[in-house]
Design a protein around this ligand. Sequence first.
Ligand SMILES: Nc1ncnc2c1ncn2[C@@H]1O[C@H](COP(=O)(O)OP(=O)(O)OP(=O)(O)O)[C@@H](O)[C@H]1O
Ligand SMILES: Nc1nc2c(c(=O)[nH]1)N=C(CO)CN2
Length: 165
Amino acid sequence: MTEAVLSIGSNQGDRLGHLSSVVESLGERCVSVSSVYVTPPWGGVEQPDFLNAIIIASDPAWGPWDWLRFGQECERRADRVREVRWGPRTLDVDVIACTANGQGVVSAHPDLVLPHPRAHLRAFVLVPWAEVQPTAELHGRTISDVLADLEDRNDVRRFNRDLGR
Ligand SMILES: Nc1ncnc2c1ncn2[C@@H]1O[C@H](COP(=O)(O)OP(=O)(O)OP(=O)(O)O)[C@@H](O)[C@H]1O
Ligand SMILES: Nc1nc2c(c(=O)[nH]1)N=C(CO)CN2
């Protein structure tokens, strides 16, 4: 049994629709969903604001690579094009962390680094994650503590609609 923390983001096209498509595809695997947040682009590329959210998902038979493949399949269905690193996209699904039978999974494989190597730098991940799992830990610190170090944490604002779960 694995539980995954999935970060979903969109800043192109029907942003809310793209995020909703992930929740729909997960179906019964979806355990909880954060509010939707409007977030300024992270990473230095000038582009429109994103909508971001965090999903907690679980499946008795899936391992960490299944969550990665699931996210990439959702991106493909949203016609995501990989052009600019950290640039605009219809849908981004990142696996932020994964637990297998209650134990945190650590992976250094370049195609699946766990926990996600940049999660601790991203208010657009930590603010929604803290909403749904305030006691979660990243590299031995609570995510609330990690978030307190980020200067841009107050730039992340609640959006006026949610993903309906
Ligand atoms: N935890 C992870 N979640 C998702 N992709 C990962 C993870 N670890 C490594 N990768 C790999 O990262 C590669 C690039 O992914 P992607 O194009 O989504 O990056 P990005 O969203 O532009 O940037 P970032 O990785 O900083 O979020 C993919 O080939 C994927 O296999
Ligand atoms: N606000 C925000 N910025 C980003 C995002 C994202 O989802 N939200 N995704 C990126 C690529 O992983 C790069 N920058």
